[in-house]
Design a protein around this ligand. Structure first.
Ligand code: NAD
Ligand code: UDP
Length: 337
């Protein structure tokens, strides 16, 4: 079985669908700090024949982890559980080190105690910090400039140290760029609590009438149209990256740190235009000041993932907009409680 921590969250839930459709049996561990229980019902509805066990627990709870490993024959772990707000990590750094680093430490300890030696970790492009040059390559220096990114880098280092010390232990750390979109069924998607931080959920909430207008955070960046540029990838492409990482570990491949992105940057205005073109819905916006801590541009060199994992992003920005819109229209208030 595969243990999926944080498997009811945005990315984890999409990975669960990709995994079960590939025939994997899963046990999901999630403390519901940023997910609703109804996600589990949606997963079971999308994957009716799947073996999908659920354990409501915190990844820092060593007793709960020991029980999960004792009750299931876990072959590998996909570790999504973590907090993900950069702004909150600046205000509450210890919470992020405790949850994201402490949680990973407890998990790896429990894995070793149970003889489980394969893990795929959700890292982030945030580990790079301000780029010396673009696109980001895995051998570029890392210089995260907030506690969220530093916690991600610490976990990458923790995994590398354990892999050095423990023959047999192998990991893949995937540095995600900007996941967007939803499963094409419209049954699962991104459901942020409160006001969305991220661009596309904000856009879809404006389009569906939950918010009056988008605020573009600055149009005076040194980019083609002045708005920020990011590497947006469809969440189902990202989910499939985890299947590729798992296949590598099963085939005896070595530990790896790899970017998952498309290799193409799009500006805020380009994303808006793609959304409007795809959906036919106009999105009112205003231009505000820059958001503190934002970088002008960030995109991946995904060639290592293609070489080492045989993975590349296949879906377009338009498909991601269409799928995000379907999810938002079918679930205007997000998941039911
Ligand atoms: P999410 O908040 O939707 O999902 C995370 C899940 O983990 C939630 O279901 C939450 O309840 C659970 N969780 C959090 N702390 C936990 C704990 N201590 N014990 C058990 N469960 C816990 O976030 P997401 O967007 O799906 O992100 C998944 C992972 O990918 C995170 O580690 C995040 O840092 C990383 N990541 C996300 C992005 C992004 O843009 N969404 C980009 C780069 C990396
Ligand atoms: N952005 C924006 N308005 C919003 C949210 C985001 O203009 O309401 C911009 C943001 O400044 C950045 C891009 O959209 O240039 C992507 O932001 P997001 O928070 O989704 O990703 P991140 O900045 O963490 O890569």
């Amino acid at each position: 079985m595969i243990l999926v921590t944080g498997g009811l969250g945005y990315i984890g839930s999409h990975a669960c669908v990709a995994l079960t459709q590939a025939g994997e049996r899963l046990v999901v561990l999630d403390n519901l700090s940023n997910a609703k229980r109804s996600v589990l019902e949606r997963l079971r509805e999308l994957c009716p024949d799947a073996i999908l066990d659920f354990c409501e627990a915190d990844v820092r709870d060593r007793g709960a982890l020991a029980r999960v490993f004792a009750a299931h024959r876990v072959e590998a772990v996909l570790h999504f559980a973590g907090l993900k707000s950069v702004a909150e990590s600046v205000a509450r750094p210890l919470l992020y080190y405790d949850n994201n680093v402490g949680g990973s430490l407890a998990l790896v300890e429990a894995m070793l105690a149970a003889g489980v030696e394969r893990i795929v970790f959700s890292s982030s492009a945030t580990v790079y910090g301000p780029p010396l040059s673009l696109p980001h390559r895995e051998d570029h220096p890392t210089a995260p400039h907030n506690p969220y990114g530093r916690a991600k880098r610490m976990v990458e280092e923790l995994l590398a140290d354990v892999a050095r010390a423990q023959p047999g232990f192998r990991y893949v750390a995937l540095r995600y760029f900007n996941p967007i979109g939803a499963h094409p069924s419209g049954r699962i998607g991104e459901d942020p609590r409160g006001e969305p931080n991220n661009l596309l959920p904000f856009v879809t909430q404006v389009a569906v009438g939950r918010r009056a207008r988008l605020r573009i955070h600055g149009d005076d960046y040194p980019t083609a149209d002045g708005t920020g540029v990011r590497d947006y990838l469809h969440v189902m492409d990202l989910a499939e990256g985890h299947l590729a990482a798992l296949a590598r570990l099963r085939a005896g491949g070595g530990s790896l740190v790899a970017n998952l992105g498309t290799g193409r940057g799009h500006s805020v205005r380009e994303v808006l235009a793609a959304f409007e073109r795809t959906t036919g819905v106009r999105v009112p916006f205003e231009v505000g000041p820059r958001r503190a801590g934002d970088l002008p541009a960030c995109w991946a060199d995904p060639s290592l993932a293609e070489r080492e994992l045989g993975w590349r992003a296949r879906r377009t920005l338009e498909e991601a907009c269409r799928d995000a819109w379907r999810w938002q229209c079918d679930n205007p208030a997000g998941y039911p409680d």
